[in-house]
Design a protein around this ligand. Structure first.
Ligand code: ADP
Length: 222
């Protein structure tokens, strides 16, 4: 039998929101609930449904990429433009936390699959925001050196301990499994798979309490 996902984490991640949705839907059926409670239960049902939808999308994508060995639909496109768009797409998240962004992107043309690479930037930016403190700084840079494209994202947020650093690319791994922060532990597994498919590399440096830096290396001669 071939399991794509660690079964325990898989069922936990799926069951928790389903149990919660069912529980709050049952409560809503009771007659004597205040309008305030009703709104609260509905909000929980909506956010848990969103969590399930995101989880399903990530799992389907990851499973699709795990069964792919070559990147198709490639064409030349401006990588810096794509990263700029990803930053704009995430604006509501970084502006809500009052985060300052330092962005320094060289004009770089890359031959690849846009849909795939887009997910690398979105996931890394999303994490940098999520694990930053309010009012923090995030630096994003892109440069080319000797046939190698180097993307760097550096935050000054929570950082990671040694164990977390070695486990972040595992499916469903989260250093804080309490779901205090949005996410399902699949983002970096997806990023790693995509980077591998692109014959690239991803490196991480992090110090607890000081922040984290992710570097993605891609070949400009792909
Ligand atoms: P998610 O973000 O959904 O929890 P990921 O696979 O993207 O899942 O990340 C896995 C874990 O790696 C996170 O839960 C967190 O513990 C750690 N992590 C990832 N990016 C950062 C970061 N920039 N700073 C601190 N920890 C991080």
């Amino acid at each position: 039998m071939y399991y794509i996902f660690p079964v325990n984490n898989f069922s936990h991640e799926f069951k928790t929101p389903i149990v919660s949705i069912r529980g709050f839907a049952k409560l809503l059926k009771e007659n004597q609930i205040s309008e305030e409670d009703r709104q609260e239960y509905l909000d929980i049902i909506i956010s848990e449904s969103n969590r399930l939808a995101e989880l399903s999308t990530n799992m389907l994508n990851l499973s699709k990429y795990e069964h792919t060995s070559i990147v198709t639909n490639t064409h030349a496109f401006r990588l810096d433009e794509q990263i700029r768009k990803a930053i704009v797409l995430m604006e509501s998240k970084w502006s809500a936390k009052d985060i300052s962004l330092g962005v320094d992107l060289e004009d770089i043309i890359y031959l690849g699959n846009e849909e795939l690479t887009q997910q690398i930037w979105i996931n890394l930016i999303d994490n940098a925001i999520k694990f930053s403190h309010i009012g923090g700084n995030i630096d994003i840079s892109l440069l080319e050196n000797d046939g190698q494209i180097i993307f760097t994202i550096k935050d000054e947020g929570l950082g990671m301990n040694e164990e977390t650093k070695t486990r972040i690319f595992e499916k469903f791994y989260q250093s804080d499994p309490s779901h205090a922060k949005a996410g399902n532990g699949l983002g970096l597994a997806l990023v790693k798979r995509i980077v591998n498919l692109c014959h690239g590399e991803i490196l991480v440096e992090s110090e607890i309490g000081l922040g984290s830096q992710f570097v993605v290396l891609l070949s400009s001669k792909a």
